[in-house]
Design a protein. Structure first.
Length: 363
């Protein structure tokens, strides 16, 4: 289905950046899962702009749960969450009706929808749409935590500055869960912020790499070949705007290793099977092996920048130069991490319900 993902637990998103509102429908979650609206609000706050390193556009994200929740728990029917758009400035986008922003979906949307698309603020292709994913994802995260499954994402690298690696997963994920700027090394975090401000002062933007750890997943989740854990997670992760690469475990670095270096030796202790290393990121043959699932997402620089760029007027068929106006992020990496957590949680709920049954998360 267009604008939907999942088999057992299905997410559908809707809305445009400058329309009346945006939102999500989450269908297939078991009845009886607790829905904490305060937690949803706190998750949405992690996606909102942060000071000078983000867009000046401020949205309160005052969501309304229209269906699927009664007396604070899921009913088992579709959960519909609507978030009004309250701070739009559509006049900023008049020039972009026909001038394609390099790196953005303006031209491809025009080709697909024959000029009927809502182009204001990027329309349906805007990062604004991810607020619905975060709201729905908060419910999925809560359900997973009841099963002792935890997700944490940090900014592994940004504009050439690197954060430290995961250490103790439990304490690191706890730290990241409330961090406004999700790094494990605060000194590295300040350097990253300086790089963002440097790019902003030049009218430019920067990207980075987000690294995610998932702990507590049971072994045996995922299907071989086409519905493997990596397949389903990758499909979800590539739905996040600006994600242009995904790797699991050591990823592309495995290609430079020998088999003896890349393989993760197994051992057993107190009846539990584990591996001494985790180069394969907790997945073998598309199926989880009980180790933490580790993956990284490459996030490209924000395509809308305030520097002159060569492009085309695709209605007049003319070569032009565009200097974009409007309110835009010089970097979206720090805002995208909660979106990664959220879309990961929804994809995991789908896989787990496919493995253990749709009522498993509510048991």
């Amino acid at each position: 289905m267009k604008n939907s993902m999942g088999s057992s637990v299905i997410l559908t998103i809707f809305g445009e950046s400058h329309g009346n509102g945006i939102g999500a429908v989450l269908d297939g979650l078991a009845p009886g899962i607790e829905v904490d609206e305060e937690f949803i609000r706190s998750q949405l706050s992690l996606r909102r702009p942060v000071g000078a390193i983000s867009t000046p556009r401020k949205e309160q994200d005052n969501f309304v749960i229209e269906s699927g929740v009664f007396n604070g728990k899921t009913t088992g029917t579709p959960i519909c969450i609507v978030i009004p758009n309250e701070n739009t400035r559509s006049a900023d986008y008049g020039e972009l009706r026909s001038k394609a922003r390099p790196g953005h979906a303006d031209y491809t949307a025009y080709c697909k929808y024959h000029g009927f698309e809502d182009y204001r603020g990027g329309g349906h292709f805007s990062g604004r749409i991810t607020a619905g994913i975060v709201a729905a994802g908060a419910i999925a995260i809560s359900a997973l935590r009841k099963k002792n499954i935890y997700i944490g994402t940090h900014i592994k690298r940004l504009a050439g500055v690197s954060d430290r690696d995961f250490g103790d997963y439990a304490s690191d994920i706890s730290l990241l869960s409330k961090a406004e700027f999700a790094v494990l090394d605060s000194t590295a975090g300040e350097k990253m912020k300086d790089r963002i401000l440097d790019a902003k002062s030049l009218g430019d933007s920067v990207g980075g790499v987000l690294e995610t750890a998932v702990t507590g997943l049971p072994s045996g989740v995922g299907e071989p070949w086409f519905d493997g854990a990596e397949n389903i997670l990758s499909r979800a992760l590539f739905a996040v705007p600006a994600v242009k690469g995904v790797e699991f475990g050591c990823g592309f670095a495995l290609s430079d290793m020998t088999g003896s270096e890349a393989n993760d030796p197994f051992y057993t202790e107190n009846g539990v099977t584990a591996t001494l290393t985790n180069n394969n990121g907790g997945i073998n043959g598309g199926i989880t092996n009980g180790m933490p699932v580790i993956f990284r997402c490459a996030v490209k620089p924000t395509p809308t920048i305030h520097k002159p760029q060569k492009t085309v007027d695709f209605i007049k068929n003319e070569n032009v130069t565009l200097t974009a106006g409007g309110r835009h992020d010089p970097c979206i990496v720090h805002r995208a991490r909660v979106v990664i957590d959220s879309i990961t949680a929804i994809a995991l709920c789908d896989m787990l319900c496919g493995r253990f049954g749709t009522d498993w998360l509510g048991e």
